[in-house]
Design a protein. Sequence first.
Length: 134
Amino acid sequence: MAQDPVEVVLKEIDKEMDNFIDRVFELSQRTLIDEGKIDTGTMLKTANVNRKFLEKEIVYPALYSDVIEYGRNPGTMPPPMALNKWVRRKLNVSNETEIRNISFAIATAIKNRGIEPLQFLRNSIDKARGEFNL
C-alpha cells in the first residue's frame, strides 16, 4: 500500500523542523557559553527541546533566563537574596553580613541601570534562518 503523499510531505517538514530547532538550540547554547552566562551551568543543563509532530519548543526553565534574553529595565530591583549565592561564589565572600550588603548594592545598581538584553534565542533564530535560507 502506497503512503499518503500528504503524510510523506508532513513527515519531511517535521524532520526539517527538527533540524532547524536543533541548530537554534545549539547556537543559543554556544552564545551563552561565549558570553560567559554559564556561572553554574544551570541554564545549559536545564534547557531542552520539546518535540511534538510539527511543533517544536526550546525551553530554558532557569528563573533568570528571561532576564538574560530580554534584559531588565531600570526601576525595579531584583530580590537581593537572589544574588547571595552568586556573591559568595563569584566574589569569594564568606561573611554573611558582607554578602547581604554586596547583594543589596548589586540589586540597587540593577534597579538604577537595568540589565542589557543578550537575546541569545532571538539572535540564534535569526542566524539559523540565514543558514537555512528562510
